[in-house]
Design a binder for this molecule. Structure first.
Ligand code: AMP
Ligand code: GLY
Length: 556
């Protein structure tokens, strides 16, 4: 098949690499592509938003299937244009792409279909906008202001004072600096973020692996929002919530599409926040994420082209999706100044020296046989390893070897959670002890641990913090998460409670601590015994069971 890929980012380069592995793929074209896609196919000088140019090219060059990367052509209706001409294409039609194109439309969809999301208003009235921002600031000291259009991830502002809020509101509503003069003002949601991408057709939804983006330009999530400065997959911290996400978000989403008779064939990319009061949707995107795609496609073992064709033909149920267990990290090298003004045209060197990583190009092009920078996000460096530590090490070694003037990258991409267990005394948890006794189980076999996931600190600081939290001076151990299943025959978690980001004395930055109680059995309980134990304890403690998947602890 002849395949046309629309777009010019590292996401499109990664999609192309995966598609090229399909036995169905013969030739790849890119419109307009970049310095890297030129090496694996033919770059065509047609912009991603030139729908007429693209459809004419596809017709004249016997393109069998077109894959759309970015949101702009989808929102302009590229899929409608191609399908009206009888051409096959992957992506949602214009009416459904509005789920990304208008945040107000998306919010309304969520509310009507009971998909959990933050409290918000939608308005074009400056006074009303200021009043609601003031109210949110009084309630929770932060408010989120979003321009209601496509802004390449740059139209979202989190503010902690009214003055700053008013500045952005005036820019959006009075000056029209972000296109449409309408805003969504939303409550600030505290928790941890997750990106989830799923294939969707009119009857099915199938998830891809989870990942985590790093949206802000600076380390520790400081500074302006960008399109994304790095990702990793899996997002192990969020993985335990997948069942809930499927029930509370994915299935209502699919049902909502059906109720609204919204033809949707493509991918939905859902930005989620896992909060103390449940899982909430931050946003929908109706396309692959960039740089999420660079990480997650490296965990997909199946034929991507086959899945995309089946999705576009409403046959997603017939597609096979299988994934590997690798730990993947993607680091973005950007032009200094991005996401604001930056210079381009600088030569990129050092790519030939790299080891153990893949490179996907974004803002690059060849000028006089030389590879030079031509955009804000320049390259994605990807490492695929058995451990996050190894993958992180490799991407940063590569980042050092690549050179161009103004090279910038975040230094903190990757999971940053340290997990510790404190053994607890069963006597302290009387209701659990009673349940164990009632069920006739041996108390010696049941062990309780407090589990702390500490984020935002270096390892030594995390240990110090744990000592502070551990006022009873119990001994603690760090169990490498991947040994967890070996350490406990059966275990579940209860009383998960999010300790809010807080400023703790001696620690300058914000820290995120999640505490949970692990109930574990040293003995392989009968299925029935285990179920009763779990159900009764969960009922008693109003806890929730989550799978005990590993976190990337670096405990020595
Ligand atoms: P969005 O484009 O709506 O996903 O917003 C971009 C980024 O802003 C998200 O990935 C979050 O990091 C942050 N964000 C958006 N909405 C909220 C919210 N209500 N509370 C906290 N952070 C948010
Ligand atoms: N990485 C976020 C996005 O693609 O919108």
């Amino acid at each position: 098949m002849n395949i046309l890929i629309v777009g010019s980012g590292a996401r499109e380069h990664a999609l192309a690499e995966k598609v090229s592995q399909s036995a169905l793929c013969e030739k790849l074209y890119f419109a307009p592509g970049n310095g890297g896609t030129r090496l694996i196919g033919e770059n065509i000088n047609i912009q991603a938003t030139d729908l007429e140019g693209l459809v004419d090219f596809a017709e004249k060059n016997n393109i069998d299937f077109t894959i759309v990367g970015p949101e702009d052509p989808l929102n302009l209706g590229i899929v409608d244009v191609f399908e009206e001409r009888g051409l096959k294409i992957f992506g949602p039609r214009k009416a459904a792409a509005k789920l990304e194109g208008s945040k107000a439309f998306a919010k309304d969809f969520m509310v009507r279909h009971n998909i959990p999301t933050g409290e918000y208003i939608e308005t074009s009235n400056l006074n009303q906008a200021i009043d609601f921002t003031k109210k949110l600031l009084q309630e929770s000291s932060k408010a989120v202001i979003k321009a209601d259009g496509l802004c390449a991830g740059k139209g979202v502002f989190i503010v902690d004072n009214l003055e700053e809020g008013e500045k952005y509101l005036r820019e959006i509503l009075q000056d029209g600096s972000y296109g449409i003069k309408k805003v969504i003002i939303e409550e600030f949601l505290q928790g941890f973020e997750m990106s989830l991408i799923a294939f969707v057709d009119n009857n099915n939804i199938k998830m891809l692996p989870t990942s985590k983006d790093h949206k802000n330009i600076f380390d520790k999530d400081q500074g302006l929002n960008t399109g994304g400065m790095g990702t990793y997959s899996p997002n192990i911290q969020a993985n335990p919530y997948l069942e809930e996400i499927e029930d509370q978000i994915l299935l209502p989403f699919l049902k909502g599409l059906q109720v609204d008779k919204m033809d949707f064939r493509g991918v939905i990319f859902i930005g989620l926040m896992i909060t103390a009061s449940g899982i909430k949707v931050l946003e929908f995107n109706t396309r692959f994420g960039d740089p999420e795609t660079q990480s997650i496609l490296n965990r997909l073992d199946s034929d991507l082209l086959d899945i995309m064709i089946k999705t576009s033909e409403d046959r997603l149920d017939q597609a096979q999706l299988s994934f590997n267990d690798k730990k993947v990290v993607t680091l973005i090298l950007a032009s200094g100044g991005y996401p604001e003004k930056y210079e381009k045209g600088f030569e990129i060197t050092g790519l030939e020296k790299l080891e153990g990583v893949k490179i996907y190009h974004a803002g690059t092009k060849f000028v006089d046989q030389k590879l030079v920078t031509s955009g804000g996000r320049v390259l994605s460096i990807v490492a695929i390893e058995d451990s996050f530590d190894k993958a992180i090490d490799l991407v940063y070694k590569a980042a050092d070897k690549i050179d161009f003037k103004g090279k910038y990258y975040r230094t903190d991409i990757g999971p940053k959670v340290y997990r510790y267990y404190l053994e607890e005394d069963l006597d302290k948890f009387r209701s659990i002890k009673e349940i164990v006794a009632q069920l006739g189980l041996d108390q010696e076999d049941i062990k309780l641990y407090s589990r702390f996931d500490i984020e935002g600190l270096k390892q030594d600081q995390a240990k110090d913090l744990l000592n502070d939290l551990n006022q009873e001076q119990k001994t603690y151990e760090g169990i490498d998460a991947f040994d967890l299943q070996k350490s406990f025959k059966k275990a579940f978690l209860v009383e998960t409670d999010l300790v809010e980001n807080k400023q703790i004395e001696n620690y300058p930055q914000e820290i995120f601590v999640e505490k949970a109680l692990v109930v574990s059995s040293q003995k392989d309980l009968l299925r029935n015994e285990y179920k009763k134990l779990k159900d009764q304890i969960l009922q008693e403690t109003k806890g929730s069971q989550v799978r005990l998947l590993g976190l990337p602890t670096k405990i020595s």
